[in-house]
Design a protein around this ligand. Structure first.
Ligand SMILES: Nc1ncnc2c1ncn2[C@@H]1O[C@H](COP(=O)(O)OP(=O)(O)O)[C@@H](O)[C@H]1O
Ligand SMILES: [Mg+2]
Length: 263
């Protein structure tokens, strides 16, 4: 697996004004890496992730997965949406089977894979329940294993813990890491939370509010599971907080964009 973001640009036209959200953004993600895109709200994180997913087109550049240009969504890319986005009208079982059908997993393998995934997420026996019958933590786990169900080469997660409060969030980060360690699928996750980025990632890419410019590409080499009180952890966090401050202050500078931001 190799995911290459090559000079990707994205321009939206709003009321005849060009809004450059991403300007020639480039980086490469290697097999098994957990990479986080960290940046202030509105800097283009979701836009970039949905481009990698193939949900929308680039304005320039390209995304290459194993050397092939991404032009549309595919089962080789799993996606975890903000706020889980499980299908509310489907049981846990059907939610998880859905991507397997899409990825054309043979019917005889589906049941076994379903049971494996439920066991990884410690959700055995919950398959007949509907999303509204589950706690936030369970929904998060299901969203994660559902995204893995189609055996994607890369898992894309857009603020997967964005909907939960602080205490719960730390617990879920630990669960998410434990789940991820079981199969180490390549991950690109988006967050605006510095602590979450350090806790989960092998590498943190900081994007600025101006055209998604990459300000920092920082490896995190701490052993897992991470100790949030470790001095190196604390130091890395401070370093990223500073980078994020710079990222926030780098506002788009064209007049048209300034007007757009005020709109
Ligand atoms: N479909 C769209 N049409 C016009 N502007 C958009 C569209 N999608 C996103 N934007 C704008 O692009 C910028 C980046 O958005 P987004 O990628 O959602 O940021 P983030 O996920 O980092 O908060 C924002 O200014 C947003 O308003
Ligand atoms: Mg977003």
């Amino acid at each position: 697996m190799e995911l290459k973001i090559e000079g990707v640009s994205k321009i939206f036209i709003n009321n005849h004004n060009e809004h450059i959200v991403l300007q020639e953004v480039s980086f490469t993600v290697h097999e098994g890496q957990f990479v986080t895109l960290l940046g202030p709200s509105g800097c283009g994180k979701t836009t970039l992730l949905t481009i990698i997913a193939g949900f929308q087109a680039v304005s320039g550049g390209q995304v290459l997965l194993n050397g092939l240009t991404v032009t549309r969504p595919g089962p080789d890319r799993g996606f975890v949406f903000q706020n889980y986005a499980l299908f509310p009208w489907m049981t846990v079982r059907d939610n998880i089977l859905f991507p397997m059908k899409r990825s054309k997993t043979p019917a005889r393998e589906r049941e076994q894979h379903l049971q494996e995934l439920l066991s990884i997420a410690q959700l055995e026996g919950k398959e007949k329940l509907y999303p509204h019958q589950l706690s936030g933590g369970m929904k998060q786990r299901i969203a994660f294993i559902r995204a893995l169900a189609g055996r994607p080469e890369v898992l894309l997660m857009d603020e997967p813990l964005g909907a939960v409060d602080f205490q719960m969030r730390q617990m879920l980060q630990e669960e998410l890491e434990a789940l991820w360690l079981k199969d180490k699928t390549t991950v690109v996750m988006v967050t605006h939370d510095v602590d979450e980025a350090i806790y989960l990632s092998d590498r943190v890419i900081v994007m600025s509010a101006r055209e998604g410019e990459i300000l920092e590409d920082m490896p995190v080499k701490l052993p897992r599971p991470r100790d949030r009180k470790d001095p190196v952890y604390v130091k890395s966090k401070e370093h990223l907080m500073d980078a994020l401050k710079v990222a926030i202050n780098k506002q788009p500078d064209s007049e048209a964009e300034r007007r757009l931001r005020l709109a």
